[in-house]
Design a protein around this ligand. Structure first.
Ligand SMILES: [Fe+2]
Ligand SMILES: [Fe+2]
Length: 137
């Protein structure tokens, strides 16, 4: 769950939504490219929804609800089927198309912003952990 939430969602989707999509949103995207970008954003929302359901089912299971195990398996299966399709859509369709809207300089500036985003992530993760521990006292 930590990997899905912190890496896949916050770190990876975070860079897409807060940097790439943010910048592309200001560009004159073709109708098709905009449609795919919106679909990718919806995919992220779907991924979060399934992940949340998985976390909920997991805590029910840990609290003794045996039935939750089937739901855990089902949500994991959903993620296993969902992510490769999402990644394919990005890597094979959207990212190559999106690159055409950026100059090399803009592309490099975006890359630098990704590095900075990643650099902050470990601090964000552990600051949130400490804040959570403070709240649970
Ligand atoms: Fe994505
Ligand atoms: Fe991605």
């Amino acid at each position: 769950m930590d990997f899905i939430r912190i890496y896949a969602d916050r770190t990876h989707h975070g860079k897409e939504e807060e940097i790439l999509f943010r910048d592309l949103n200001k560009r004159p995207l073709s109708a098709e490219d905009r449609r795919v970008m919106n679909e990718l954003i919806e995919d992220h929302v779907f991924g979060r929804k399934i992940t949340k359901a998985l976390v909920d089912a997991n805590s029910r299971y840990r609290n003794g609800d045996e039935i939750a195990l089937a739901e855990i398996a089902e949500k994991l299966q959903t993620l296993v089927e969902f992510y490769p399709k999402h990644i394919d859509k990005e890597d094979k369709v959207f990212f190559p198309a999106a690159r055409a809207y950026l100059t090399d300089t803009e592309d490099q500036a975006m890359l630098a912003e990704y590095w900075e985003f990643d650099r902050k992530m470990i601090h964000e993760k552990y600051e949130a952990l400490v804040e959570g521990l403070k709240r649970s006292k």
